[in-house]
Design a protein around this ligand. Structure first.
Ligand SMILES: [Mn+2]
Length: 317
C-alpha cells in the first residue's frame, strides 16, 4: 500500500479538495469528513465536495454541513484526494481533471486514473483505509474522526452483517470506539431513526408483496402515486429492495419502481447465494453483480413484471 507516497503527496500541497462519489453513502461521507479533519489537523486547507446532498440519516455526522454540494467546483485548489470512485466521472463533479490526485478505493474494478492509486478490495470500507492512513500520518483520531470512520464501517458492512466484515474490520471498529465513537448513539442516529413518511411508504410497499408458485421469487412494486401519497422522498426507498429477500425460502427478489406514468420501470434485483441476477439484468441491457443488479424496461407494469419474473424463473429452473 502506497502510504508513504500518499504522505509525501499530502506534505507537498496546502490546499486540498476531497471528493466522494455521486449520491454519497455512509462510507463516502464518513471517510471524506474524517480525512478532511485529519488534514486540517496538519494545518492544511481542505474542502469536501459532493455532487449530491447527503440523505437525512447522515445529518448528525460531525462536519456534515461543511460539505460543498454541486456539480462543479471553483476556487484555487492544488490537489485532489478522491474516494470510492473507479474513475473521475463517478464523482459527478466537473473541473477536477487538472488537479494532481490520489485515488483511494476498495471496489475491485478501478481505472487507476490518478498519480497515486491505492485500491484495496479486501477493505470492507474505504473508512478502514483512511483509518490506517491517519495512523501512518502520526495523528491521534479525534472523537469526530472516530465517529465518521465508525459510520463508514457500520454502513458499508450492513451493521457488520455482510460477508466483507473481517477481523480487521472489527478490530478497527473496536479501536474507533476506544477513540470515542459511540456505537449506540451512532446506530440510533444513522440506522434507527427514519422519517414518518418512510415508514408509511414501507406499509404501502409491503401490501404489494407477491410470490411466485415456487415461493422462491418475491417482488414488490413502488408507484409514483405511493411516493406522492406518503410524502416520501427518493432517498427513503434506500434498502427497501432487500425486504422480500428476508422471507424464508426466497432466493431472488425484484423491486419494480415506476419512473413515469404510464410505462417505464427501473427494476432492482437481489439474490442470496449462488443465483446470478447480474446475468438477468444484462439480458435487459442493465448490469450489476451476482447478488445485486439493476435494469430499466419500458412497458406497462403487467408486461414488465411478466418479462422480468419470467427471466428469474428461468434462472432458478
Ligand atoms: Mn465503500
Amino acid at each position: 500500500m502506497p502510504i508513504p507516497e500518499i504522505a509525501g503527496f499530502i506534505r507537498r500541497y496546502d490546499r486540498f479538495l476531497i471528493a466522494g462519489h455521486a449520491r454519497p453513502d455512509g462510507d463516502s461521507l464518513g471517510s471524506a469528513l474524517a480525512l478532511a479533519a485529519a488534514l486540517e489537523e496538519l494545518g492544511k486547507c481542505v474542502q469536501v465536495v459532493n455532487a449530491d446532498r447527503h440523505s437525512r440519516n447522515y445529518n448528525t455526522l460531525p462536519g456534515i454541513d461543511s460539505i460543498k454540494v454541486g456539480p462543479k467546483v471553483d476556487g484555487d485548489w492544488e490537489a485532489l484526494i478522491i474516494l470510492e470512485c473507479n474513475n473521475l466521472q463517478r464523482s459527478g463533479i466537473d473541473g477536477l481533471g487538472h488537479l494532481p490526485a490520489v485515488n483511494i478505493d476498495h471496489h475491485p474494478k478501478n481505472d487507476f486514473f490518478a498519480e497515486i492509486n491505492w485500491v484495496d478490495p479486501s477493505a470492507a470500507a474505504v473508512g478502514e483505509m483512511i483509518y490506517s492512513l491517519i495512523l501512518e500520518l502520526g495523528l491521534h483520531p479525534s472523537v469526530d474522526v472516530a465517529t465518521n470512520l465508525y459510520v463508514a464501517l457500520l454502513t458499508d458492512t450492513g451493521s457488520f452483517q455482510f460477508s466483507n466484515t473481517t477481523a480487521d474490520t472489527l478490530r478497527i471498529a473496536s479501536e474507533l470506539v476506544k477513540f470515542g465513537a459511540n456505537p449506540a448513539a451512532i446506530a440510533r442516529d444513522v440506522l434507527l431513526t427514519q422519517p414518518e413518511a418512510r415508514l408509511r411508504l414501507i406499509g404501502r410497499l409491503l401490501e404489494t408483496l407477491q410470490l411466485d408458485p415456487t415461493r422462491k421469487i418475491a417482488w414488490i412494486v413502488l408507484t409514483r402515486e405511493m411516493l406522492e401519497a406518503t410524502g416520501a422522498e427518493p432517498d427513503d426507498i434506500e434498502g427497501l429492495v432487500n425486504y422480500p429477500l428476508s422471507i424464508e425460502g426466497v432466493e431472488v427478489c425484484a423491486f419494480f419502481k415506476e419512473q413515469s406514468v404510464p410505462a417505464d420501470f427501473r427494476v432492482s434485483l437481489r439474490s442470496k447465494g449462488r443465483y446470478n441476477v447480474g446475468l438477468v439484468a444484462e439480458g435487459f441491457g442493465g448490469g450489476g453483480h451476482k447478488n445485486a443488479a439493476g435494469l430499466s424496461v419500458a412497458g406497462s407494469y403487467e408486461t414488465v413484471r411478466d418479462r422480468v419474473i419470467g427471466e428469474l424463473e428461468r434462472l432458478l429452473a
